[in-house]
Design a protein. Structure first.
Length: 134
């Protein structure tokens, strides 16, 4: 009887972990709202998709970007980021640069109480994303 109780407890804990990992939607788009302590410029559109194949990509507000990523539980890290090289307004270019630099420092993820995906750097505030509609 004791062994059955332990088995049920272990299964419950494992199911809890699986549902936590399911909170991170892969092969589905996210829209960035905040980079650390700063919201995005009005009407700019930064996106991210985390492919099940280990590739991340999206729009940086001006250019398309791409990188590899590694996911282990709540730990996430991005490889070197590449992007196209289109020029935009200086403010958009600065925002895109901050976003791409921030990706390189991300160490873990979680989902907030308001269901935002948060990518946390070693220090400071997270990148905050909404799940893309549709």
């Amino acid at each position: 009887m004791k062994r059955l109780g332990l088995t049920l407890l272990a299964a419950t804990l494992l199911n809890g972990c699986a549902s936590d990992n399911d909170a991170l939607k892969r092969d589905h788009g996210y829209v960035l709202e905040w980079i650390g302590e700063r919201p995005l410029i009005d009407n700019s559109h930064l996106t991210m998709t985390l492919g099940k194949d280990g590739r991340a990509y999206g729009n940086g507000g001006c250019n398309h970007w791409f990188a590899s990523y590694t996911l282990k539980g709540d730990a996430i890290s991005f490889g070197p980021v590449g992007s196209t090289r289109k020029m935009c307004a200086p403010a958009l270019m600065e925002q895109e640069h901050r976003f791409l630099e921030a990706l390189a420092t991300v160490q873990h993820w979680d989902v907030s109480e308001v269901e935002q995906l948060q990518l946390w750097p070693a220090q400071g505030l997270p990148l905050r994303f909404w799940l893309e509609e549709g």
